[in-house]
Design a protein. Structure first.
Length: 234
């Protein structure tokens, strides 16, 4: 999974990342990402840097804090990119006009009121809708396999409302499309997890031992992902 992403996918990645970071900033303010104080710091610091650089710096900072949660290497499956580099040497960043457009667009939206709304905004950035699904009951001892945007969002809601739950420790996401991978990865940062959950493509599931895990699959899962997830836990 090391094919260079299409320009539209790169733009979608950035827009979704901004949606996730905006939610995190609202839940756990730092004054470094959004808001008047962040803008003032950027104005004093940026020099010749542009909005595209500001967004890249935000993603780098977030991916260093929540390793694997925000990097393009996770979303696009860059197997040859080291863990401490969210993008890799071949990455093509946003152009200036696109960056300004995405930044303004995110700021014009209401701050997400919940993790589900934030993930829904990220999904819209990719041009996909999230299938409605009730949040399942999850306990601290549960080990789960999740597939599909609807299932990822429902499970994220359950973890956000639960106690003593650890997304990184308890969840394996079967997600082949980049959009689905980004949703699963960002949940870790949104929940304040120390690392991301395991995210594998359908073709990689056979290498894991997932027997006996609980299964959360939504109708919007890619057919291959749903089949692999069902086969893995059976």
């Amino acid at each position: 999974m090391s094919v260079t992403p299409a320009e539209a996918d790169i733009r979608a990645f950035y827009a979704a990342a901004l949606a996730g970071l905006r939610y995190i900033e609202e839940q756990r303010p730092t004054d470094r990402r959004f808001g008047p104080n962040a803008d003032a710091r950027w104005a004093a610091f940026h020099g010749d840097l542009e909005t595209s650089d500001r967004i890249d710096l935000m993603i780098r900072d977030a991916d260093a804090h929540w390793v694997g949660a925000f990097g393009a290497r996770t979303v696009f499956g860059f197997g040859d990119v080291s863990e401490d580099d969210p993008f890799g040497a071949k990455w093509t960043p946003l152009g200036g006009v696109d960056a300004e457009d995405l930044w303004r667009g995110e700021l014009e939206r209401p701050v997400p009121a919940s993790i589900a709304v934030a993930l829904g905004n990220a999904a819209k950035a990719w041009g996909i809708s999230v299938a409605p699904m009730a949040a399942p009951a999850v306990g601290a001892a549960d080990k789960l396999v999740v597939a599909g945007p609807g299932a990822i969002v429902a499970l994220a809601e359950a973890f956000a409302g639960g106690a003593d739950l650890d997304w990184a420790d308890q969840v394996v996401a079967v997600a082949t499309p980049a959009a689905h991978r980004q949703l699963a990865a960002m949940v870790a940062g949104m929940l304040g997890a120390t690392r991301a959950c395991a995210i594998v493509a359908a073709s990689e599931v056979a290498a894991l031992d997932l027997k006996g895990r609980g299964l959360v699959v939504s109708e919007d899962a890619q057919a291959e992902d749903a089949a692999a997830a069902h086969g893995a836990v059976g």
